[in-house]
Design a protein around this ligand. Sequence first.
Ligand code: B12
Length: 209
Amino acid sequence: MNKQLVNAMAELDRAKVLEIVEEEIDKGTDPSKIIDWLSEGVKIVGEYFEKKEYFLAELITSGDIFENAFQELKPILEKSNVNLQSKGKIVIGTVQGDVHDIGKNIVKSILTASGFSVNDLGVDVQPEKFVEAVKNSDTKILGLSALLTIAIDSVKDIIKLLERENLRKKVRIIIGGSAFSEEIANKLGVDAFGKDPQDAVRICQKFLK
Ligand code: B12
């Protein structure tokens, strides 16, 4: 673990974060490892926010720094996909009421880098939009991201709507983001919970077997 990077992220030192990310890229470090260290730093930001040592402005800055660093890593992640044939289609998005998308974007990039063709619907996506995307494509997987606990209700609405349109059996649903857990996934009746992008790839590959 590059502790310096974790600390620079937690302290919101943008210049230091970008400098260390560049050093790690030059060293040939696996980009998903660099993402894990950045995520570790962002986790600490969340803890400071809970303790009221950081406020909304700091949350926004952490998201922005993460995004900056991620832009450096994205081309490296996606380059590994150049000659891969699509392994299958996935529709993904952050559910209605929630605008957190850093984690969802990482999952999208790593799924893309692993050969999946990903249709990203963005953030604060209405249930109808998810259902429409499932209806109008031959996707077999629906990925839902949420970090806000209150956004869980949105997942229930999506499932209800899919059932009403007779589409529930057409797709396997995978949920992820800190609003969810294995237990919540079981309660919601979705097909899987993924804790990180590696989980997402493993589970989606299993779905398509
Ligand atoms: C950055 C941040 C923001 C940024 C988001 C910027 C952006 N573009 O995303 C901004 C400033 C906008 C924001 C706003 C708010 N936030 Co905020 N935010 C965070 C923070 C600090 C980091 C989130 C993050 O990006 N983590 C890093 C990524 C890499 O991790 P991740 O999202 O968990 O994703 C990983 C996995 O979960 C998984 N994954 C994610 N999605 C998916 C999907 C699938 C299918 C799979 C398989 C896996 C998967 O893979 C990812 C990579 O490993 C968290 C604290 C925390 N510790 O999480 C709070 C946090 C999520 N926010 C919180 C809150 C309360 C808010 C606000 C309500 C604050 C306010 N008072 O306005 C608003 C809500 C706005 C809204 N309607 O959504 C709370 C949520 C509490 C709760 N349980 O509901 C948290 C937990 C902070 C806290 N401790 O209180 N926030």
